[in-house]
Ligand binder design. Structure first.
Ligand SMILES: Nc1nc2c(c(=O)[nH]1)N[C@H]1C(S)=C(S)[C@@H](COP(=O)(O)OP(=O)(O)OC[C@H]3O[C@@H](n4cnc5c(=O)[nH]c(N)nc54)[C@H](O)[C@@H]3O)O[C@H]1N2
Ligand SMILES: Nc1nc2c(c(=O)[nH]1)N[C@H]1C(S)=C(S)[C@@H](COP(=O)(O)OP(=O)(O)OC[C@H]3O[C@@H](n4cnc5c(=O)[nH]c(N)nc54)[C@H](O)[C@@H]3O)O[C@H]1N2
Ligand SMILES: [Mo]
Length: 761
């Protein structure tokens, strides 16, 4: 794909007519009309299905249409009338399909039958389910358990996820990496140390009481658009919304509710962001330090800005933290944040004027070398004024995949200390593995080094979503076994292991009929509410199995016979899986089946909300950063090195590319672009649309380059660049990850820019 880009800066609101138009295009293309509209009415409703797009909270009662442009696109994408049937694979070799774009592959439609790659013809050929399970079981039994990797992509239900982690552990491994390892793992590492829970403390109700919302590195209008409802309502109440983001995200500036015809016809759109601070990529650590310093020094000078009662009663480590903050000088803070002292003071003033403040954040904080420190510092800023465990205040990590939080909660984790292993062992009569498993970075390393023999994916597209493509792809092809539980075709299926299986599953929008009738599954949103999800549509093919049925099929063919668990009974009735989850951990899941049916679902206990701190000190902990430089060992200053942020467009869901228009950024027709400040363009004598190559600056002997990117002038700080994920993942070294959480540092890749000759294709 080397189509020319068209850049017309967007000046409309987010939502509004543009969103309706974009959605219509997708619905038309996917061949839907009435039936999808009917399905959309049931999206995120108690008697309907939970959206397959993001994990944002579902209000109770829901809005009349509780979906957004991107949620509707995701629904249409799943319910497409297109099919990739065996005759499609008979017409195309796998090598030929490798030349197709990510968009073309998924656009082909839903997979309909289990398939296995045939080496002689280089084609995927259909095979019966039982044969697929038997062969996979035989292969897995021939390996050491730690040679297999069981990845999960954050979309599967709690029921499927619980079964999946049990399969891996009964097989003998904690190799259970999941998408949060590339996403909010920095949150899951930082928050237990600071507040004693791995999840956020905010619920929707808090938006109605808050005085100030700070948004760090989260592109709401594109990635969790339903949150615009809460921001819109808060904004109308006069609540300032402060955005901290290197890129000027137009989608965060104004919002017109596309579901409110009166607003669309008559009223001007609501202004969402009161103030926008364009810091350097990774500058948050220095900014947060500056804010804490400003408050602490104001208090030192006699002002009363700190919540001394909260600090004394609820926190630990304040004195050492305050000393560390006083010790940083403003020059250093300005240099690392890219903001002036005066700008930092402006934010500090807004912060101290408000009594109930929410800190909302996304990948802009987590995907850095110092991703864990970033989250710890946001928590510290909130502690200074008692903004946790108070109505209208709290910390709000905005999760990505629709059930990524639930999946981790039901123990898809490589960290044995986070799973109730004794209880699982006792319930199912086995001795669970105790050694740490691989996270995604470790798993990729194992594949690259030839130490992994099998990758099983419950959703996802690791060949595209992981860093280090150039080393990963050839190594992936040498894997003895790849097993892909999936709805659609993607690159991780074409770059495949020596024995490769595609196991197509139902989408959760589809009716899942089992022995006891249609089944309901459940998921947890970003605010820890657990909701039921009912399938609404006939399955895309009669041959599809549900995710629980596929997991049970693999388990029965792989594990030694054991009357417990009764996999068949579970597949026949998912209520029994929920009973097993409740028995495993009653503190969170007691009366699961009853409680998930109450309107609005149920809230999983969150002691930090009640100011009960389940940390080692029994208090909320102040933890200062080790350095103000979020990427201290990969300097991006000087010598023509830029800090590249890899981000999402408005027309994709992770590696699923719906189309080539990034409406709010006004970039249309191509994803092969790099956004750049005009002064940097002048310095490098680059005209708009000039094609350039980006080359990673790393002293490790590996050449990493992505070429053919068209330069787009953009409102972005000098020295910073932005380009799309996953196209730019070949630039990301595997070792360039958050120190403690191993989240790939996708938001600051040090790169050089090289002009390509005009003749380049
Ligand atoms: N439509 C749609 N929805 C999605 C997804 C999707 O791909 N498409 N993906 C889902 C998933 S899995 C996830 S994790 C979420 C991701 O949602 P987000 O967290 O919004 O993720 P990104 O788009 O990667 O980046 C977010 C923002 O961080 C900013 N940023 C980059 N570097 C920095 C920095 O150093 N500091 C600050 N303050 N900001 C920075 C970028 O400019 C960008 O606006 O969305 C989920 N929802
Ligand atoms: N450079 C860079 N890299 C990144 C990021 C970044 O911002 N920059 N973001 C990271 C983040 S936050 C994340 S979460 C990861 C995501 O990484 P992954 O989890 O690997 O990727 P996805 O694109 O979410 O997975 C898409 C595939 O899931 C399958 N699928 C869709 N629906 C279903 C279903 O219902 N069931 C099953 N079984 N399969 C289904 C389809 O085959 C689809 O192609 O990427 C990470 N990588
Ligand atoms: Mo994510």
């Amino acid at each position: 794909m080397t189509d020319d880009v068209e850049h017309v800066p967007y000046d409309g609101p987010s939502g509004g007519w543009g969103s309706v138009k974009s959605l219509k295009t997708i619905l038309r293309r996917e061949g839907h009309s009435v039936s999808t509209s009917l399905a959309l009415r049931k999206q995120n409703k108690d008697d309907g299905f939970m959206c397959v797009s993001c994990a944002w909270a579902k209000p109770n009662p829901p809005h009349l249409f509780e979906f957004c442009e991107n949620g509707a696109k995701a629904t249409a994408w799943d319910l497409t009338s297109e099919r990739l049937e065996p005759d499609f694979f008979a017409r195309h070799t796998v090598t030929e399909l490798e030349s197709w774009s990510d968009h073309q592959l998924e656009q082909g439609g839903r997979l309909t039958e289990p398939m296995k790659w045939d080496a002689a013809t280089d084609r995927y050929l259909p095979l019966p389910w039982d044969q697929a399970f038997a062969e996979i079981g035989t292969a897995l039994r021939g390996m050491k358990p730690d040679e297999a990797i069981f990845y999960a992509s954050g979309r599967a239900s709690n029921e499927a996820s619980y079964m999946y982690q049990l399969l891996a552990r009964m097989y003998g491994t904690n190799n259970l990496p999941d998408s949060s390892n590339m996403c909010h793992e920095s949150t899951s590492v930082a928050l237990p140390k600071t507040i004693g829970v791995p999840v956020g403390t905010v619920t929707l109700d808090d938006f109605e009481h808050t005085d100030l919302i700070l948004i760090f590195g989260q592109n709401t209008a594109t990635n969790s658009p339903r949150m615009l409802h809460q921001l819109d309502e808060a904004s109308r109440r006069g609540v300032p919304i402060i955005t901290i983001n290197p890129l000027r995200e137009k989608g965060l500036e104004r919002f017109t509710n596309p579901q409110n015809p009166v607003q669309m016809l008559l009223s001007p759109s609501t202004r969402i962001t009161a103030q926008y601070f364009q810091l350097r990529p990774g500058g948050d650590l220095a900014l947060l330090t500056g804010l804490c310093k400003s408050l602490i020094e104001a208090e030192d000078n006699g002002a009363t800005v700190l919540d001394q009662a909260f600090i004394a009663q609820h926190t630990h480590g304040f004195e050492a933290f305050a000393r560390a903050m006083r010790g940083h000088d403003w020059k250093e803070i300005e240099r690392h944040s890219g903001l002036t002292h005066a700008q930092v003071e402006d934010i500090a003033t807004l912060y101290t004027r408000a009594n109930k403040v929410m800190g909302v954040y996304g990948m802009g904080l987590t995907q850095h070398r110092a991703g864990v420190d970033n989250v710890q510092m946001l928590a510290a800023l909130l502690f200074l004024r008692g903004n946790i465990g108070k109505q209208g205040a709290g910390i709000c990590p905005v999760r990505g995949h629709s059930n990524v939080q639930g999946q981790r909660a039901v123990w898809i984790t490589e960290k044995p200390e986070l799973a109730p292993l004794d209880k699982l062992g006792e319930m199912y009569g086995f001795s669970p593995p105790r050694t740490k498993g691989t996270d995604v970075v470790d798993a990729a390393g194992k594949v690259i080094k030839g130490q992994a023999k099998a990758v099983i994916q419950l959703g996802g597209n690791l060949v595209r979503s992981l860093p280090e493509h150039r080393l990963l792809e050839p190594a992936w092809r040498k894997l003895p076994l790849t097993v892909m539980i999936t709805t659609k075709l993607n690159r991780s299926h074409l770059i495949h292991g020596r024995a490769a299986y595609l196991l197509p599953c139902l989408s959760r929008i589809e009716i899942d009929r089992q022995a006891t009738g249609p089944q309901v599954v459940s998921m947890e949103d970003s605010t820890s509410f657990i909701h039921p999800s009912h399938g609404m549509r006939e399955p895309a093919s009669e041959h599809l199995l549900s995710e629980p049925a596929i997991i049970a099929g693999i388990a029965k063919a792989t594990l030694p016979s054991n009357p417990k668990p009764d996999w068949d009974a579970w597949v026949g009735n998912y209520e029994l899986v929920r009973e097993a989850i409740a028995e495993t951990f009653p503190k969170w899941y007691k009366d699961y089946n009853q409680r998930m049916r109450q309107p609005g679902g149920f809230h999983r206990a969150n002691p930090a909300r009640e100011r009960i701190w389940e940390t080692k000190t029994g208090k909320a902990n102040f933890l200062p950063p080790k350095s103000l430089d979020a990427n201290k060992d990969t300097p991006v200053e000087g010598f023509g090195t830029f800090a590249l942020m890899t981000i999402r467009s408005n027309d994709q869901f992770n590696t699923t590319i719906y189309g080539y228009d990034d409406r709010f950024r006004g970039i249309n027709g191509s994803r092969e672009v790099v956004m750049m400040n005009e002064r940097d363009m002048a310095r490098l004598a680059l005209a708009p649309e000039q094609r350039v190559s980006l080359i990673t600056v790393a002293d490790d002997g590996v050449h990493r380059e992505v070429g053919n990117l068209q330069v787009v002038p953009f409102d972005i700080p000098e020295g910073a660049l932005a380009a799309y994920y996953p196209e730019c993942n070949p630039l990301l070294p595997l070792w360039h990850h958050a120190e403690e959480s191993h989240v790939p540092a996708a938001k600051t890749i040090p790169v050089k820019v090289r002009r390509m000759s005009p003749a380049a294709p």
